[in-house]
Design a protein around this ligand. Structure first.
Ligand SMILES: [Zn+2]
Length: 104
């Protein structure tokens, strides 16, 4: 299987052909390479709703089912990945703890 051309888009950073898929684990959007590869650790399939879904190929579920194809996460192959967030904004330890002013 391959992604249908309607799902293929271009990575804004490196102009590679990618498609956006929703992770079956938590419904997050994840870019995957449009070109299937047997080396990929993801299995992508088009759901009945026309949306692409992606799951990890794990040792527990290594089989690729009918309708699925293997692909690489684009994060792994992007030639111009976004800068590491930690480099710009050092991790804050006070997240979620808002100081409350004393009131009399
Ligand atoms: Zn890219």
């Amino acid at each position: 299987m391959k992604p249908s051309t309607t799902h293929i888009t271009i990575c804004r950073r490196c102009n590679a052909r990618i498609c956006w898929a929703l992770t079956t684990a938590n419904g997050r959007r994840q870019p995957v390479d449009a070109e299937p590869t047997a080396a990929g650790n993801l299995a992508v399939m088009q759901g009945p709703d026309g949306v692409l879904y992606v799951r990890s190929v794990t040792a527990a579920r290594p089989d690729i089912r009918p309708g699925e194809w293997q692909a690489m996460p684009h994060h792994a192959t992007c030639k111009a990945p976004p800068p590491r967030r930690s480099a710009r904004t050092p991790e804050r330890t006070t997240v979620g703890v808002r100081p409350v002013p004393w009131q009399r």
